[in-house]
Each structure stands twice: as C-alpha cells, then as structure tokens.
Design a binder for this molecule. Structure first.
Ligand code: BGP
Length: 464
C-alpha cells in the first residue's frame, strides 16, 4: 500500500499566460508571451488591433477563478501553483510604482484560495516578462534587468507576505538555452555568449530574490524551478556515457548555481573552450551564495544521448535534440513516457543536493474526445499519472524528501510549446477549441474523480 506523508502537498500547477486571458485588462502591459501567439518556439510578432491569439482569453481564469478554485477544492487540493504576470504589477517593467489593480487581483485570488484551505505556491516569472524590458533594454542581456526584477520581487513579497509562503523564482530556468526569447528576452539567433551572459544575470536576480524573500518573509520557503531533462546513454560505450553526463550537466548546472552558490568548474571549462568570457562581478559572486530552500522541477519525459552522429542527425527535429528510447512508448505529441525515470531523477537530485524536492509539473498532454453525453473517459491520463505517482512513492521509500506534487494543468489550458488547447492535461475539461470557439464551460473528466480519490486516501488508491 502506498501512503504519502500526511503533510504532502497534493495539487496542480498553472501559469498566468496560459490560463488568465484578460491580456489588456486592469492596466496589464504587453508581455513576451503576448507577442508569441504560436507558442514559445513560434515567431515573435507585432500585435495589431483586431488580430487574435488563443492566449488573449485563454480559459478566462482571470474572471472565472472562484469557480475553478471551488473545483480544485472539490478534488481535495492542498496546494495550487500559480504564477504572477509581471506585467500586471509593472506593465512596462521599469516603472517605479506598481500597478495597484494588478496587485489587488492577486490579493483576491489568494483570499479565495485561503477560503478553501488551498496553499498557493507562486512562480515569479513563468515564461513571460514585460515586453518593454525587451524593446527598451535588450532583455536579460542587460544587467539593469536585475534591478527591475528585484523591484518586482520585493513588491510582491511585501504585499503578499502574509498570504504566500511558498515561492519559486524562474520557471524552467534552463529552457533559455532552447527558447531564448521566452527565457531571457533575446532573439532566437543570439550567440551562445550573449545567452549565457543573460542567463548569468538571471541567476543573480534569482539569488537576490531568494535573499529578499528570506529577509521579508522569514517563515517562507523559496525554491528554483528546473526542467528535469533526464538523459540516458543510448549504449554503454564509454563515449556515450560521458556525453550523457555532459548533457545532464547542461541543465543541472543551473541547479548547481542555485543550490551550491557558484558556477561549477565543468561549466567554466566549457565556456572557456567555447571562447565565452562572462562578466561576473565580485558583487555577483556574493549574491549567488544565497541558495534556495528547496528544488522544484517539471518532469514529462526522458531521452537518450549518443555520440553516433548519424543517429543524432535524425533526432535534430526534437526540441532538445535527443534520441528516442527504443524501450518507451510516446504520447500523441511524441513525448516519451517513462515513470521510472521520475524515481531516478528524484534520487539523482536528492543525492546531488540533499535539499527537499517538489514535483511542480507532470502530466500527459492528450486529445480528449467527449462522449455524446459530455463525459470524458480519460483512462490514458489516469494511467500516466498513476504510474508516475507510484514511482514517487518508491522514491519516498528510498528516503528522498518530497514536499509535494502539483500535476501540470489540472484544468485544460493553452499549451506553452504550440499554444494549442487541444493538447489537454486537465482533470477539468474546458469547452474551447484551437480556433477559439466554445463556451468555456467547465466539466469534470473521469480523472477528476480518480485524483480526488488518490488525495483522499493519501495515495493508497494507487495501483501498482
Ligand atoms: C513546461 C512549462 C509549462 C507547460 C508544460 C507542458 O515546459 O513550464 O508552462 O506548458 O511544459 O508543455 P506544453 O504546454 O508545451 O505541452
């Protein structure tokens, strides 16, 4: 029987730009997400009056949050991970005074959660930043961004200090290497040197936010957020094994800086060999020493690494250019499903850092087909989540400290990579299609009742 600890934080995770809509309401400024209507790998466009993006309304969480939170509470959520849209608080990014209407909105949201006994976990920046900071300052390539982010972080820590005790700095901070516009506000064709310098500024900003959180809300915990991109060697050839170590380090180094307080030696060597000279000041070094309280990460899939160039060529089409694993099935979007990988990753991160872990994203994006009576039998989603949670239970038995689990998209939302809604993750169905048609009505899928049961039994109802 799988029983999770009594204080385990069960819940779900959403992000402002994928659920809220209301993209121009109450003084909100334009964000980098607003100008990528086709998702984080799509083109950056200039918004003209009259054009439309699915994200403009998204699932209208901005207005419908009371109803949605009631449904989360019905499932028994103890925690909801949300993000604050930076542009609701500082519309252009460089203002000296925050936008009160934006601050008031999140006050109402946190109050609603509190009424249902759901603890908020807040990401400061989830795949968006003020477009003004990109256009007028050159994004995170500019050191001044550290100061603007500080102002934003301190403002929300002050404002919500009594309401929010769990914070995250930057969502999937390692994604900047693959989606530089979304991550650090730089053009996709930027040089590696420019991207790493921007990443360094963001890492310093993250550490300063950790410090500010510790100063302003001493009883809060603040974590980082990594895309847990676990890679396996395709073969046991020593070259493949070593290359796999290197590829895992390409995302782990963010965790190393955020958990250990300095750029690791293997990265300094890599940068040197690439001819990249980072500008790291003495003040930066001191700032980086403030490390996170816990590590959060997303987990969807794993991939394989090989030094065989022919196999690598074939795999180039993938986001992270990884070679498929011949032993694993794939989702409709080609993401390989690997529950045991989650146990491996939990153990790996625990061994490496000895800091509590929080799985803040995991789930299956799939097409749902409502029956004529409106019900949705999403057994594929139940099976995916069940198998992953069984492995979390195993990791707990291994002695790994896991604070909680927030599944990605507990309510259908707009996908990040392609900005579609047909890629659904939810326990709650939202009536809307990729053309923006639909009533936005919410309904409970079969998985809704399944997750409710898992939470109610503290995992004892899991199978396997
Ligand atoms: C992560 C992001 C989320 C989310 C998820 C699923 O990378 O942090 O914002 O969307 O992936 O990806 P997608 O929406 O592309 O299916």
């Amino acid at each position: 029987m799988k029983r999770f600890p009594d204080n385990f934080l069960w819940g779900g995770a959403i992000a402002a730009n994928q659920v809220e809509g209301a993209w121009q309401q109450d003084g909100k400024g334009l964000s980098t997400s607003d100008v990528q209507p086709q998702g984080i790998f799509g083109p950056v466009v200039e918004r003209k009056s009259g054009d439309r993006s699915l994200k403009d309304i998204a699932i209208d969480f901005y207005h419908r949050y009371p109803q949605d939170i009631a449904l989360f509470a019905e499932m028994g959520f103890r925690c909801l991970r949300i993000s604050i849209a930076w542009t609701r608080i500082f519309p252009q990014g460089d203002e000296t005074q925050p936008n009160e209407a934006g601050l008031a909105y999140y006050d109402r949201l946190f109050d609603e959660l509190a009424q249902h006994g759901i603890q908020p976990m807040v990401t400061l920046s989830h795949y968006e930043m003020p477009l003004g900071l990109v256009q007028n300052y050159g994004g995170w390539g500019n050191r001044q961004l550290i100061e603007f982010f500080q102002r934003y972080a301190r403002t929300v820590f002050q404002r919500y200090q009594h309401k929010v005790k769990l914070w995250l700095t930057f969502n999937e901070i390692n994604m900047s290497l693959h989606a530089p516009f979304t991550g650090v506000g730089l053009p996709a064709d930027s040089s590696k040197g420019a991207i790493y310098q921007a990443i360094h500024h963001q890492l310093v900003a993250s550490a300063l936010a950790v410090k500010a959180c510790h100063d302003i809300i001493p009883d809060a915990q603040i974590g980082n957020m990594l895309l847990g991109g676990l890679m396996y060697p395709l073969t046991c050839k020593p070259e493949d094994v070593f290359e796999t170590l290197q590829q895992n380090r390409s995302w782990q180094f963010f965790g190393d800086v955020q958990c250990r307080g300095a750029w690791p030696g293997y990265m300094l060597r890599y940068l040197r060999e690439q001819g990249i000279e980072l500008n790291i000041t003495e003040d930066d070094r001191i700032a980086l020493r403030e490390t996170v309280d816990f590590i959060s990460f997303s987990y969807y899939m794993t991939g394989c690494v090989t030094t065989d160039e022919a196999l690598n060529q074939q795999a180039r089409g993938n986001i992270l250019s990884m070679v498929p694993n011949p032993h694993l099935p794939s989702s409709e979007w080609g993401w390989q499903i690997d529950p045991i990988g989650l146990r491996t990753l939990l153990n790996m991160l625990w061994d490496r850092y000895q800091k509590p872990l929080f799985i803040v994203e995991n789930g299956l994006g799939a097409k749902d087909r409502p029956q004529p009576d409106g019900t949705i039998e999403d057994d594929y989603r139940i099976s995916y989540l069940n198998d992953h949670l069984v492995q979390v239970a195993e990791a707990l038995q291994d002695g790994v400290e896991v604070m909680g689990y927030t599944s990605w998209g507990p309510i259908d939302l707009i996908s990040a990579s392609k900005a579609e809604i047909s890629k659904r993750y939810g326990f709650i169905y939202v009536d809307r299609d990729d053309n923006g048609e639909g009533s936005l009505t919410r309904s409970r899928k079969k998985s809704f009742y399944w997750y409710q049961q898992v939470i109610a039994t503290q995992g004892a109802s899991l199978k396997g």
